[in-house]
Design a protein around this ligand. Structure first.
Ligand SMILES: *Cc1c(COP(=O)(O)O)cnc(C)c1O
Length: 442
């Protein structure tokens, strides 16, 4: 066998982010596996950190709902005074149902249907609209002439962890191309619209040295739009995921932006408010998937060792979709950390070959085994950085696996269910069998 315990230098052995090994066992035994666990204190700490960022004339934090839109998570952010970024009218509706005032929500969406029953009504109730194209701005103007509006700009460049996470530049369909600003002006005049906010979202996991030029492009444009009161920098703030990743200090770019805004105020007499829309930053490292090891298979002398778990694409798409690494940590069934075992790949429970969690970073076609504690079927694997874009962005119900439950660890250390495991009745609830195909049995 070529697989053996590997203590050579290389990637670090990953560690649990917030659960203790005993809590992993407790959660698994109480709620079953697979299960998402979110840590309320980490979310609170992230909000506090962003509220403390330097800013020239104040700043608003908008939590990006698409990262994790469960009602309890929304309530937590609302109770902390955070506002919201919504990527579709349906996210807006979820937030409003969870008790969020529509005026606290800014909608920036690829699809905005002003002929629908929902969107115009929500706008009348205070929902703020960010036009992501000239077409959207025109449709908004036709529906709501004489009102205020935001405009999303594609600054001509972007930055993200991978190309699929980059939402600025010529290869991105998001926002109004920066050279089309004169057309924004013309449409705004035609419908008597007042542009009060300029927005960019250049990508997820961007470099701060790309964010600042994007912000400066907004400030240039703001000189031409005298009613602009706020610049919104979107989301995408980098976080430390793997043990070997660097730490990121977000106060550095915030300080630089604050001095840009002060300079802008000196030149124009206008004090612009800053807005930001973090999703990943606030929730990603505040969530873990607790899964059970169900099998271990090896594939010959030149082959691999796969640890299979009872979660996969149905809970976490990111490794196979982006090639993004997630720390994986082994915990024994007794709730203890095992000694290090052989380097392994981790496979999910779906019956397609793409359900692997150990893709090579940046390359979804290749595998890259990780250091892992020694486990066998019946033990647990915890997949970290699973609080954002996992429960909300999974291959839900593939192979007819029911949607996994979500649990919140409260600051007092207790665990409470915030979304129950889906039932097979819920999974098939909308299916209709034509009468002539019905059998006695169903
Ligand atoms: C997705 C998105 C965000 C959040 O991005 P993160 O990478 O999760 O911080 C913010 N703003 C807009 C417009 C988005 O589409």
């Amino acid at each position: 066998m070529s697989v053996q315990t590997d203590s050579s230098p290389g990637p670090a052995l990953e560690q649990l982010k917030f659960l203790s090994p005993a809590e992993v066992r407790h959660v698994a035994e109480t709620f079953g596996t697979p299960v998402f666990v979110y840590d309320e204190q980490r979310i609170r700490d992230g909000v506090a950190l962003l509220k403390d960022l330097p800013s020239a004339y104040g700043h608003t934090i908008r939590y990006s709902l698409k990262a994790s839109p469960s009602a309890a998570v929304i309530r937590l952010f609302d109770s902390l005074g955070v506002h919201f970024d919504a990527s579709s009218v349906w996210e807006v509706i979820r937030a409003v149902r969870a008790g969020v005032a529509p005026e606290k929500i800014l909608m920036t969406a690829q699809e905005a249907d002003f002929g629908s029953a929902e969107l115009p009504d929500l706008i009348r109730r205070g929902l703020q609209f960010d036009a992501g194209s000239l077409q959207q701005l025109t449709e908004y103007g036709e529906a709501f002439p004489g009102t205020e509006v935001s405009v999303r700009i594609n600054p001509g460049f972007g930055s993200g962890l991978v190309r699929r996470l980059t939402s600025g530049g010529p290869d991105s369909s998001f926002g109004i191309w920066h050279e089309q600003v004169p057309e924004v002006k013309a449409i705004a005049e035609r419908y008597d619209l007042t542009v009060t906010r300029l927005h960019v979202h250049i990508g997820s996991g961007h470099h701060a040295d790309v964010l600042l030029p994007a912000a400066r492009r907004l400030l240039e444009i703001a000189k031409d739009f005298g009613d602009v009161r706020a610049v919104d920098l979107g989301g995408g703030y980098r976080i430390t995921v793997m043990a070997d990743d660097p730490e990121y200090d977000h106060s550095e770019w915030a300080e630089e932006l604050a001095s840009d805004l002060r300079l802008f105020a000196e030149q124009t007499g206008r004090e612009l408010h800053m807005e930001m829309e973090p999703g990943t930053f606030l929730v990603a490292n505040a969530g873990s998937i607790v899964a059970k090891v169900i099998d271990v298979v090896t594939t010959g002398d030149e082959g691999r060792r796969f640890v299979k778990i009872n979660a996969g694409l149905t809970e976490i798409l990111r490794p196979s979709y982006y090639g993004s690494p997630h720390p994986v940590v082994a915990v024994t069934r007794e709730g203890e950390l095992p000694p290090e075992g052989p380097r392994s790949d981790v496979a999910g429970h779906c019956c397609i070959a793409g359900d692997v969690l150990t893709t090579r970073p940046g390359s979804v076609e290749e595998l890259s085994p990780v250091r892992l504690g020694a486990v066998e079927p019946g033990d647990y694997l915890v997949v970290e950085r699973s609080g954002g874009y996992c429960a909300s962005m999974s291959m839900k119900n593939f192979n007819s696996y029911p949607e996994a439950p979500e649990v919140l660890r409260r600051p007092d250390g207790s665990f409470t269910l915030i979304r129950a495991r889906q039932t097979i009745d819920q999974l098939t609830a909308n299916e209709i069998i034509p009468d002539d195909l019905k059998t006695e049995a169903v």
